[in-house]
Design a protein around this ligand. Structure first.
Ligand code: ZN
Length: 593
């Protein structure tokens, strides 16, 4: 229907968080440096503006990695999945209002627990709006998963996500051209307004601002907490992120818990059964809708078959003794599915999805005792390179492989040179060249980004991690249990082997929680049963003060001075305890040791 007049979406300081024109170059013909299929997908994903899905349902697309959907109610508009950043979500809402009038937001719905579906909520819901009666709907378990996935392994995921989405890569024919699922992630302010209304069962119906919705819960599919929505009055079906125009990830390359393709396929079948017969359009929070009942049934059926096939055939092959690498290499999709664009591996891939299924059922070990106790990368690399005649000889031979176009082998073998001798300049150049060629050829957007990020860091050194892992809203949404867990994850084990520190917290007069650092492990126990050790120090305080202390907002000395904080016993144990925590490394090396 139109797009924003100003292509630059900025935050308060003037920094650009999203540039609508960044992918204008995709209008040109596909160059030699890109896979034509990915080029086509990226061109479709970069199309931006406000789009009509059906009467009263609109989508803002191309304003972030994900789509924001707007459903018009009696008096206002329900926002489904408000993007990653407040700035992009606000720009999307403004565009909608420009075309559809200044409707107030009368509800928000998160389809699932990934940040690209809730992070921008503060851009559509001003402070306090949730308390003021604007309902916020989400699937059962949303908050726990939204927070956990981004906090426990968050630092490593963010570093790997920088490779996966290639946000630091220059955009262009030789750089980042998209991520398959969407173009890339915006870099504005991330927030979280907790849900006020949980969807806890399939078949549950809710009405918001006169909009009737019937829900299907789909836990364990694309996200641990996710749902599909049917709009009976508009014959429309929202498939969240369960059916999009690509083969999705069973295990995202940034790292995650492995998803379950068997359950995923079952829920797609259930969605067809329950809703397809009364739907004329299916849309999702990425990509574009499918119109027509027959077309959407076919689309959903092919998506179901895609995940079921990956699951069943991986298991068939592993039961014949093939290992993950062998299955990834030999499994081919049925031609009928391969002919459908939406099953292509722009985001997930047959290669890494079959490995994910293997991992889900059998784990990292392929059963061969030769792989049970391998030397770690640097130790192995030194020995390989020595056996192969030294670094220069390996590089010389690898150049021949490069000339023959065997870039996979170059990447595999020069990796050993780099881990044995990271400063070998010629090896760095050759490896960067090989990774680039692999990236240029890849149909998968995230593979391309991984390859090109590796090449970039080999040429220019580490470029760091552009996205933050946590925000104040996310930290505030951690339960105290999760907060204590996240501290335990930071304990420097070896440095704490001999420490024995016990602190008992009484938070807002609730059951005391005893935190003990002992044997290098920080455990916490609620109540005063036999598992709770005798405290060295007891602290009576408000939850806000505890959160401030544990998230670095205050230090133990200032804590004691706060109103309502009572400390009895050995107060020096508090700073001692915090002294055992180590900081994670957000910029760890990946392509070099
Ligand atoms: Zn998403």
């Amino acid at each position: 229907m139109g797009t924003a007049a100003d292509p630059l979406i900025k935050e308060g300081t003037g920094r650009t968080v999203w540039d609508l024109d960044a992918y204008g170059f995709l209008a040109g013909d596909c160059p030699d440096t890109a896979n034509p299929s990915l080029w086509r997908q990226s061109r479709l994903c970069s199309d931006h503006g406000l789009f009509e899905v059906t009467d009263g349902i609109y989508q803002v697309r191309g304003f972030d990695l994900s789509n924001m959907t707007l459903v018009e109610g009696d008096t206002g508009v329900l926002v489904i999945d408000p993007l990653i950043s407040a700035e992009t979500a606000a720009a999307g809402l403004a565009l909608y209002r420009e075309h559809r009038g200044d409707r107030p937001v009368t509800g928000v719905l998160y389809t699932h627990s990934h940040i690209d579906h809730f992070g921008g909520v503060r851009g559509v819901l001003p402070d306090g709006a949730a308390d003021g009666g604007v309902p916020v709907l989400a699937p059962d378990g949303f908050l726990e998963h939204a927070v956990r996935e981004n906090v426990y392994a968050g630092t490593a995921m963010a570093r790997r996500a920088a490779y996966m989405y290639g946000a630091a890569l220059p955009k262009g024919e030789r750089g980042q051209i998209g991520a398959g699922l969407g173009q890339t992630t915006s870099t504005g302010s991330v927030g979280l307004v907790p849900p006020t209304r949980d969807i806890t069962r399939t078949g549950q119906t809710e009405t918001v601002d006169g909009i009737r919705m019937v829900f299907q819960l789909t836990p364990g599919t694309e996200a641990p907490a996710e749902l599909n929505i049917h709009f009976p009055d508009r014959s429309a079906l929202c498939m969240a992120e369960n059916a999009t125009h690509n083969q999705h990830n069973l295990l995202t390359l940034r790292g995650a818990e492995v998803r379950d393709p068997r359950v995923w396929a079952q829920y797609l079948a259930e969605a067809i059964d329950r809703f397809a017969g009364s739907s004329d359009v299916a849309f999702a929070s990425h990509h574009w809708p499918v119109w027509g009942r027959e077309q959407l049934i076919r689309f959903l059926s092919e998506q179901r078959d895609l995940y079921a096939y990956l699951h069943d055939q991986t298991l068939r092959l592993l039961n014949q003794g093939l290992t993950a690498l062998e299955i990834a290499e030999s499994l081919r999709m049925p031609p009928a599915l391969e002919r459908a664009w939406h099953t292509h591996g722009y985001y997930g891939s047959v290669s890494h999805n079959t490995k994910a299924v293997y991992q889900r059922y059998l784990g990292w070990f392929d059963g061969n005792p030769a792989h049970l106790w391998e030397h770690p990368p640097v130790e192995a690399a030194r020995r390989y390179v020595e056996f192969m005649g030294g670094a220069d000889e390996v590089v010389r031979r690898a150049r021949e492989s490069f000339a023959e176009g065997d870039y996979r082998w170059v990447a595999q073998v020069v990796h050993h040179v780099l881990f044995a001798d990271p400063d070998h300049a010629e090896a760095r150049r050759l490896q960067a060249d090989a990774l680039e060629q692999l990236g240029y050829g890849s149909e998968n957007g995230t593979w391309r980004n991984f390859y090109l990020m590796g090449a970039l860091e080999l040429r220019e050194g580490p470029v760091g991690t552009p996205t933050a892992t946590t925000s104040p809203d996310l930290l505030a949404a951690l339960t105290l249990d999760q907060l204590f867990d996240s501290l335990a994850i930071r304990v420097d084990g070896p440095r704490s082997w001999d420490a024995d520190i016990t602190v008992r917290w009484t938070v807002d007069g609730r059951d005391p929680v005893t935190l003990r650092l002992h044997n290098g492990v920080l455990t916490h126990v609620t109540g005063t049963g036999p598992a709770a050790a005798e405290p060295d120090v007891e602290v009576d305080l408000a939850e806000a003060d505890l959160r401030a202390l544990l998230t670095g907002g205050t230090d133990p000395a200032d804590l004691a001075a706060r109103d309502g904080v009572r400390i009895s016993g050995d107060a020096s144990r508090l700073p001692a305890l915090l002294g055992h925590l180590a900081a994670p490394d957000p910029d760890f090396a990946i392509v070099t040791p």
